[in-house]
Design a protein around this ligand. Sequence first.
Ligand code: ATP
Length: 261
Amino acid sequence: MTTFPLGRPAAPALDISGLRVSYRALTALEDVDLSIGWNRVCGLIGTNGSGKSTLFKAIMGLAKPQAGTIRVAGLPAAKARRQSLIAYVPQSEEVDWTFPLSVRDVVMMGRYGSQNWLRSPRRADHAAVAEALERVGMAAFSDRQIGQLSGGQRKRVFVARAIAQNASVLLLDEPFTGVDKTSEAMIVDLLRDLAAAGRSILVSTHDLSSLPALCDEAALINRRIMLHGTPQEVLRPENLALAFGANPLAPRGTIPAALAS
Ligand SMILES: Nc1ncnc2c1ncn2[C@@H]1O[C@H](COP(=O)(O)OP(=O)(O)OP(=O)(O)O)[C@@H](O)[C@H]1O
């Protein structure tokens, strides 16, 4: 269970208002408003280049907003990051898989926020890392170099890092891309459990068919949030067209037949 020293804040888990992020002349995000409560999994749906990764990067302080505010658990995002309240699972392309780090080393990184940098990990840190690896079914791979893992295993290791961090808000950028069905099912179950235990999760995905099982709510993004509602509302073809253009079947992924009518 996520613990807050003064109890769970009344403020939403994530509260974004009027966010604008530009890369020189290109405006990737404009007037983004998005608020997500606790115990929720929210899917972030949008076509390539719609601003999903930029939104995660802005929350993580990796892209600089020109306007707007981002609050996490009622705190400015920078303060929430310093308190390790936010965990981030980046897209696989953003990770240097040749780096000489073991699976255990990567998951231990989730504990750095609660450690004194000048000393070795404590017993509690080792226990948290071992438990997180157990939860994602990767304990047997603890000593393996991270490049020597399948796509699904790599994602599971980064989910384990987020679990070891015990963050309140988890951000996952395309966790199902290049992932086998077993790993996908395991990640979906884990995210549902983490939300039930008090966290809030924002997850970008192209896999529209996974939305109803994974998410309590979904947000369609196309430079701004076009619609934020239940997965069923968001999956209506006329609504998907807001994010994907006239043909909502064009993106990778399929609309479950029961929801496409
Ligand atoms: N570092 C950068 N410098 C310049 N432009 C960028 C940079 N990063 C992203 N962009 C541009 O910003 C826009 C939003 O990109 P972003 O990566 O946030 O989209 P995305 O929805 O995550 O896409 P995908 O589904 O392909 O991962 C795109 O037009 C992209 O080309």
